[in-house]
Design a protein around this ligand. Structure first.
Ligand SMILES: Nc1ncnc2c1ncn2[C@@H]1O[C@H](COP(=O)(O)OP(=O)(O)OP(=O)(O)O)[C@@H](O)[C@H]1O
Ligand SMILES: C[C@@](O)(CCOP(=O)(O)O)CC(=O)O
Length: 447
């Protein structure tokens, strides 16, 4: 087989600086920042040689051991789209990748069904290569220092064993893969990521695929920031997606097209104008070992809200109001002291939400860590991002080497003292969402 030139689409990770839990309800918004850690997906057409034509699409994640997935595809009736079936890799163990498979089913069905009449012959054999920036996964200590220095380090383990750092790998992956598939099969006149229409198509399709793969539990803030970058996000109505039957159904393709291309259904709000960071400041993430089950935390908060409606709604409203104060302080480049004063109540209110509901949103071990971090010169404020829990902290900091060194030294000392592993990640908050990259996948090992 011969491989064509690659197109690379990337999407950023996320940090929900303020608005965890409240953003699950359309009545409230959340402040989300994109992160400089991106997942890139390169697409390449595969040309048959000697007339041998296989209806196969392969997806590879070469930073992980043996992680590649091969799919066969075939049309489903007139409006069913395309059915995707994972093929047995033969020599290697059979491992499904639910996010990849669902994204392929949604995107290929959308492409094959849209237009004046369905045309599954638009789908041709192709290869998609996933390359994730290193901060998405904790780098095993055993990696050599040369490997660690590479932009896309080989982790020496399978993806299922990798320890995620919580930057939203599945949303960035689904968004970048959706962008790469659309760019691969549609002409620029039908999909152009640099236009508002192109971003809307990417957003709607990636939300639909991600929700289906994830079991419809999230607010979609992670996919929204993967597409649009930093924003104040109000979620779409969850009912939008309820008319889509499972992939393989005879009306699946048409249902995906009707929902994704609907000019009236989508009611999310992406407030781009209200988000930015002051010059000279950055958002940094601290990865703390220890996991938190977001789904059960959400259930606990929802149960508390159901039984303490008035109290919960007042608290939710206060979180949103304070989130907006923080967003404006950052956007308007207010003085450090004002940002500090805007950020501290966000933390207090989230701690209160945890105390009242019984979900460990800012558990005491995190309170100790954040309190100490906030004492460091150059650290303006801290919060437990997203759902909170035991595994991460987000900081607004002065963006200079001296502050970074103070934080790193502190975390080394704190980890030894408290018997945890707390590390400063390399990622920075950034404003840009999904984009087309200029490099060729053939060069990835030298980047
Ligand atoms: N580099 C990658 N290559 C292939 N698949 C990936 C990659 N990164 C993520 N995935 C897919 O996403 C899944 C992880 O999704 P999951 O919902 O568990 O994490 P998440 O909550 O998005 O991550 P995070 O903890 O980073 O916020 C993996 O099991 C895999 O299916
Ligand atoms: C609890 C929630 O509001 C935020 C979860 O954020 P994170 O995955 O912890 O970054 C859930 C959601 O909005 O999808």
């Amino acid at each position: 087989m011969a491989i064509g030139k690659s197109h690379v689409v990337s999407a950023p990770g996320k940090v929900l600086l303020a608005g965890g839990y409240i953003v699950l309800d359309r009545d409230y918004t959340g402040l989300v920042f994109g992160l400089s850690a991106r997942i890139n997906v390169a697409s390449q057409e595969i040309h048959p040689i000697n007339g041998v034509h296989l209806a196969e699409i392969s997806v590879e994640s070469p930073q992980f051991d043996n992680d590649s997935w091969v799919y066969g595809y075939m049309p489903v009736g007139n409006k069913g789209g395309v059915k995707v079936t994972q093929l047995d890799p033969g020599s290697k163990p059979f491992k499904p990748n639910h996010f990849v498979e669902t994204t392929l089913a949604y995107c290929l069905s959308y492409i094959a069904t849209r237009g004046p009449k369905p045309d599954p012959s638009r789908i041709k054999p192709a290869r998609f290569t996933i390359l994730a920036d290193n901060d998405y996964y904790s780098q095993p200590e055993s990696l050599s220092s040369t490997t660690k220095k590479r932009r896309f380090a080989h982790l020496g383990e399978t993806i299922s064993k990798a320890n995620k750092t919580g930057l939203g790998s599945s949303a960035a992956l689904v968004t970048a893969l959706t962008g790469a598939i659309l760019s691969q099969y549609l002409p620029l006149s039908e999909f152009d990521l640099s236009t508002a229409q192109g971003k809307a198509t990417l957003h709607n399709l990636a939300q639909a695929a991600h929700c289906a793969a994830q079991g419809k539990i999230g607010s979609g803030f992670d996919v929204a920031s993967a597409v649009y970058g930093s924003c104040i996000y109000r979620r779409f109505s969850p009912s939008i997606l309820s008319s889509i039957p499972p992939p393989g159904d005879k009306s699946f393709g048409q249902a995906v097209v009707d929902v994704v291309d609907s000019p009236t259904l989508w009611d999310q709000e992406i407030g781009k104008e209200a988000t930015d960071l002051p010059k000279g400041y950055a958002i940094r993430m601290v990865d703390v070992t220890g996991g938190t089950a977001t789904v059960s935390m959400v259930k606990t908060v929802n149960a508390w809200r159901a039984s303490h409606k008035e109290e919960a709604d007042t608290l939710f409203r206060r979180v949103e109001d304070q989130m907006k104060v923080l967003a404006s302080a950052l956007k308007e480049g207010k003085a450090e002291e004002e940002i500090r004063e805007a950020m501290a109540p966000v933390r207090k209110l989230m701690k209160k939400m945890g105390d009242e509901s019984g979900a460990p949103i800012e558990p005491d071990s995190q309170t100790k860590l954040l309190d100490e971090l906030e004492q460091i010169e150059g650290v303006v404020g801290s919060v437990v991002p997203g759902a909170g829990g035991y595994d991460a902290a987000a900081l607004v900091v002065r963006d200079d080497a001296a502050t970074e060194k103070r934080i790193k030294d502190f975390l080394t000392e704190y980890s030894a003292r408290e018997g945890v592993t707390a590390k400063l990640l390399g990622v920075l908050g950034e404003v840009e969402g999904a984009r087309v990259e200029g490099w060729d996948v053939a060069d990835w090992e030298t980047l």
